[in-house]
Design a protein around this ligand. Structure first.
Ligand code: UTP
Length: 336
């Protein structure tokens, strides 16, 4: 079965990191968000991908050509960012009427993909949440979805839509999207997938739900760091490098000098960390940090940081120096 992944969005909530690259390529626990999604789906039996790209789409094409040449990927360009419904509608010819799976390009799921991919009817992945008001929510009746509601003030259930769907009746989805896009039915200015799903329900299509164990949204700064932390916790082993303690991803060529790294640090290729204490950080490629004490921080590629203490959120090519005069606390570096 094929999977379609809309990844054309601008990712405004993750600026500055998305000012010069797509959200889907931001690193989490050692590889891009999109690589986590596609590696998991490949293990679950997906044998072809349709990737909807737009904003910095060439970077996505180049990454997969270089790092995953074995994957069967058809790229479809969404030239205007008109919403998720529009993105999927753009891929209608690449997908055709066969059943297919759809997952958003910023959503890593840990789920029983087998159950989700082999559903007997259209199936929507959901997760019970304490406060459903900031999510899309499904209203159920006797095991079937009867309504999709975006950010309801009075939620009809606590089942949030996580952004993964099995479409067994693809032709009905195309009719729903034709209705939305062709009829220019916009909600909050965009062509929404939920409006097409509602159209399908109106036509009598059956939608089941499938619960997911874990749902990692990477769309905001806090959720990106949280996802990094949880996925690192699940790695089989911590790299045995001097100075590294707790679950971390350290690129093999990253240089660590007299520092305490971890827990939950991702350190990208070509980076150099000297006299630093870091925890809960994602550090990109080729960045240089000296005499910094950072936690809960996001640092892009090619940055140069010195004498900083606290929490930073800096995009590519940032250069910053602080007033940490004494250097980092003298801490015994753990030995591997
Ligand atoms: P979001 O609603 O999170 O939008 O899209 P976004 O652009 O990624 O991020 P913000 O809101 O500006 O911070 C959810 C998924 O749908 C894709 C995105 O790439 C993301 O994977 N999408 C969204 C498209 O492919 N095209 C669109 O027009 C909108």
């Amino acid at each position: 079965m094929k999977a379609v992944i809309p990844a054309a969005g601008i990712g405004t909530r993750l600026r500055p990191h998305t000012l010069n690259k797509p959200k889907a390529l931001l690193p989490v626990a050692g590889k891009p968000i999109l690589a986590h999604i596609m590696d998991d789906l490949t293990l679950a039996g997906i044998d072809g991908f349709v990737l909807i790209v737009g904003y910095y789409g060439d970077a996505v094409r180049a990454w997969f050509a270089r790092e995953r040449p074995e994957l069967d990927i058809t790229f479809v360009e969404q030239t205007e960012r008109l919403g998720l419904g529009h993105a999927i509608w753009t891929a209608r010819e690449a997908l055709g009427d066969e059943p297919f799976f759809c997952i958003l390009g910023d959503t890593i799921l840990k789920a029983d993909y087998g159950a989700l991919l082999n559903g007997e009817a259209n199936t929507i992945a959901v997760k019970e949440v304490a406060d459903p008001r900031r999510f899309g929510v499904v209203e159920m009746d006797g095991g079937k979805v009867v309504r999709f509601v975006e950010k309801p003030e009075v939620p009809p259930s606590n089942l949030a839509i996580v952004g993964a769907y099995l479409f067994t009746d693809a032709a009905a989805l195309w009719r729903g999207l034709d209705h939305v896009v062709g009829g220019d039915h916009r909600t909050r200015g965009e062509y929404q997938l939920t409006d097409a799903l509602q159209h399908m329900v109106g036509e009598g299509c059956r939608f089941l739900t499938a619960g997911v164990d874990d749902w990692f949204d990477c769309g905001k700064q806090e959720t990106w760091l949280e996802t990094n932390r949880i996925l690192l916790d699940r790695l089989d082993e911590t790299p045995s490098r001097v100075g590294v303690a707790g679950p971390c991803f350290i690129a093999p060529d990253a240089v660590i000098v007299d520092s305490v790294i971890g827990p939950h640090v991702s350190l990208g290729p070509g980076s150099r960390v000297e006299h630093c204490t870091l925890s809960d950080c994602v550090i990109g490629e080729r960045s240089q940090l000296a005499h910094c004490r950072l936690a809960d921080s996001l640092v892009g590629n090619d940055c140069s940081l010195e004498n900083l203490v606290g929490r930073v959120n800096l995009g590519d090519f940032a250069a910053a120096s602080g007033s940490l005069e004494t250097g980092p606390e003298k801490t015994e570096a753990p030995h591997a």
